[in-house]
Design a binder for this molecule. Structure first.
Ligand code: AHG
Ligand code: MN
Ligand code: MN
Ligand code: MN
Length: 336
């Protein structure tokens, strides 16, 4: 009966992507092959994270990255695994990683038509205490892979063909969109396969949770301060929202996607453009939010309309339930 059929008719992520791609006649399986290499990277990081404490992977690698952050061993290790997996897929021509100052241009003999922007390990500050961390990626098609330049990478997020994240938490969950909605897959370690567990994720239109680092409140601009004040002391008699902040974007966004609410990383006087990086944090998460019926706003414009000028550019971000982000847009419009 139904349950048995379900148990034997395994919808793995590879099968799911193949089905998706077969809808478009000229697909040649390149995106499927690319995604299977990203999945390999995620499986590796999942296993490394699960035994980080045991395998002496805790602590600093002794270098700092272009962000001025001290790199953790797992930052460096996961970056190397993803770069090698993406290059060896033969489907990429340029890579942008949080951990590499410059973009990586793939050897012409191994080039494919995709650009991948990725954060190999998101939430590094949470590694040493075992709190959920993740990997974030966004995929663009490149016009002419023979003559790829940095300009090809500095595209608005709305041009992405796919985006996703993998969260290494109590279970390992990969959330993906190839432009037709959002689906969640959970790693079955006994099979080494990601199995479809969250089909067609839609974010609630309105939520009861706000997610922000309140420790930066002193430096917020007025619209942000007003929005957070409204969450805590609603004037319309509704009950206050709950605050949930994990400090790993992947975990905070995953909870927002499933439970609803809004995630904010506002600009502040210390970081006038906010902290989160456009190409491999803001864009992929904004793409997923829109695909799930939510939205994402920078304080000035729709996040996916932003055109980055540098590969590690940062932006303020407000993303999540459609109506909650509308409230924030109203406050910024009133200030403009
Ligand atoms: P990363 O570990 O990839 O550098 O990203 C960390 C980011 C993001 O995961 C999180 O939302 C944010 O930093 C938390 O910043 P604060 O600690 O300043 O709140
Ligand atoms: Mn970092
Ligand atoms: Mn990050
Ligand atoms: Mn990172």
């Amino acid at each position: 009966h139904e349950a048995d059929a379900y148990r034997t008719d395994l919808m793995t992520i590879t099968r799911y992507v193949l089905n998706e791609q077969s809808r478009n006649p000229e697909a040649r399986g390149d995106l499927t092959i690319l995604l299977s290499h990203i999945v390999l990277g995620c499986k590796f990081v999942a296993s490394a994270v699960n035994k980080a404490g045991l395998a002496k992977l805790i602590g600093l690698a002794g270098e700092t990255n272009v962000q001025g952050e001290e790199q953790k061993k797992l930052d460096v290790l996961s970056n190397e695994v993803f770069v090698k997996a993406l290059v060896s897929s033969g489907r990429t021509c340029v890579l942008v990683s949080e951990e590499d100052e410059e973009a990586t241009f793939v050897d012409p003999a191994l080039r494919g038509k995709y650009c991948v922007c990725f954060d190999p390990l998101d939430g590094s500050s949470n590694i040493d205490c075992g709190v959920s961390i993740g990997t974030i990626f966004g995929i663009y098609m490149i016009k002419d892979k023979e003559n790829v330049t940095l300009e090809d990478v500095l595209q608005p997020g709305k041009n992405m063909v796919a985006a996703g994240y993998c969260m290494y938490g109590s279970s390992c969950t990969l959330v993906l969109s190839t432009g037709n909605g959002v689906n969640g897959f959970t790693l079955d370690p006994s099979l080494g396969e990601f199995i479809l567990t969250h089909p067609d994720i839609k974010i609630p239109k309105k939520g009861k949770i706000y997610s922000v680092n309140e420790g930066n409140a002193k430096n917020w601009d007025e619209p942000t301060a007003k929005f957070v004040e409204k969450c805590k002391f609603p004037k319309d008699g509704s009950s206050p929202k709950s605050l949930r902040y994990i400090g790993s974007m992947v975990a905070d966004v995953h909870r927002t996607l499933l439970y609803g609410g809004v995630f904010l990383y506002p600009a502040d006087k210390k970081s006038p453009n906010g902290k989160l990086r456009v190409l491999y944090e803001v864009f992929p998460m904004s793409f997923l939010m829109e695909q799930a019926g939510g939205q994402s706003f920078t304080g000035k414009e729709r996040a996916l309309d932003l055109v980055p000028t540098k590969i590690h550019e940062r932006s303020q971000i407000f993303l999540g339930s459609f109506e909650d982000v509308e409230d924030i847009k109203g406050l910024y419009a009133a200030q403009a």
